[in-house]
Design a protein around this ligand. Structure first.
Ligand SMILES: [Cu+2]
Length: 337
């Protein structure tokens, strides 16, 4: 190398080094002054222990990607700045350089192996359902809404669930939260989800869980979530699998309540459901009585049935009891169209 070229290179370095350093400091400051939003790299704030794990995996993967990126960008910048074409003479070629070729092969294998190890480890933990759960919920995804059956409360006379939250697809297709089903959960609890679909493949997704799982007809998918102690709040839920023309309507709300408020809510649901069951039984009795006596005016009975019995009777809805019972049947039919 000629003395002038060496001189040039040194001058270049003097010129570019401070600029590069300034840029690096600016980059660091930009990340340092931002809130947690930026360090989460687009992930929602986690509300379960599992979501924390997913977040760590996500961040770790980005750190690895950035390390590779910075190395590659650095090499590109270095070549552009210090190795521009200066003459017609071909620079020294390094083809078939064994150490470099070996590095090209070994380094990606090492990177992929490390990423695979952490991914496989976390996946095994995320899919573990052995821990005894505090709350068991059957999620039924159907075209195009959700039903949440609270499995811990069964009807006294049979194995049916006592209460459920059943969504009705919003007829005008807008994302109006007031028409969406709400999944109510207690904070600090371990919740077990069983996922079932009577029609096509859906995907149960609560972004704040950092997790989604497909709901597949004929397959028993399940997972558990350990809700954190300070997770009280309102969250959103989505279907994350294109499941038909009204897929976009498959929205739901998630409300996480403190333990005592959840207990109160569940007690209220139990009470309402038992009441509705009683009324439904009464109506059935009346109807058979009317039929026997030949009464021609069942309108009053039907109306009262619609009002009070719809929620409880519709509980079997699209999931466990496709016909529905009493007036709930009309709801279930609507849902399926
Ligand atoms: Cu869906």
């Amino acid at each position: 190398m000629s003395p002038t070229r060496q001189e040039n290179r040194r001058r270049n370095l003097r010129r570019w080094a401070p600029r590069g350093a300034a840029l690096a400091v600016l980059g660091l400051a930009a990340t340092g002054c931002a809130s947690n939003d930026l360090t989460r790299l687009g992930m929602p704030e986690p509300i379960t222990d599992q979501a924390e794990r997913v977040l760590s995996l996500w961040q770790g993967s980005w750190v690895a990607a950035f390390a590779v990126g910075i190395l590659v960008w650095g090499l590109i910048a270095w070549s552009i700045i210090f190795h521009r074409k200066r003459s017609e003479q071909l620079p020294p070629q390094v083809r078939y350089n064994m150490p470099i070729e070996a590095l090209y092969t070994v380094l990606p294998i090492v990177i992929i192996s490390v990423l695979f190890f952490f991914t496989a480890r976390d996946q095994a933990i995320l899919l573990d359902t052995d821990e005894p759960a505090d709350v068991n919920i059957e999620v039924v995804a159907f075209q195009w809404a959700w039903q949440f059956n609270y499995l811990d409360d069964k009807k006294e006379n049979g194995g049916e669930v006592l209460f459920s939250e059943t969504g009705i697809p919003n007829p005008d297709g807008t994302a109006d939260p007031s028409t969406q089903t709400t999944l109510v959960l207690p904070e600090g609890a371990t919740v077990h989800f069983d996922l079932h679909s009577p029609d096509v493949i859906h995907s149960f997704w609560i972004p704040a869980f950092g997790f989604k799982m497909d709901v597949i007809p004929g397959r028993d998918n399940a997972f558990q979530a350990d809700l954190q102690d300070d997770s009280e709040g309102e969250y959103i839920g989505r279907c994350a699998e294109l499941c038909g023309v009204d897929h976009a309507r498959m929205l739901f709300n998630v409300t996480v309540l403190p333990q005592d408020e959840y207990e109160a809510w569940a007690a209220e649901q139990r009470e309402e459901a038992s009441q509705a069951e009683l009324e439904a039984a009464e109506i059935e009795g009346n109807e058979s009585g009317d039929a026997e006596s030949g009464a021609a005016e069942p309108t009053e009975d039907v109306e009262s049935g619609e009002g009070s019995g719809a929620e409880g009777a519709g509980a079997g809805g699209a999931g466990t009891d496709e016909e529905g019972t009493g007036s709930g049947g009309s709801d279930a039919e609507e849902n399926e169209q």
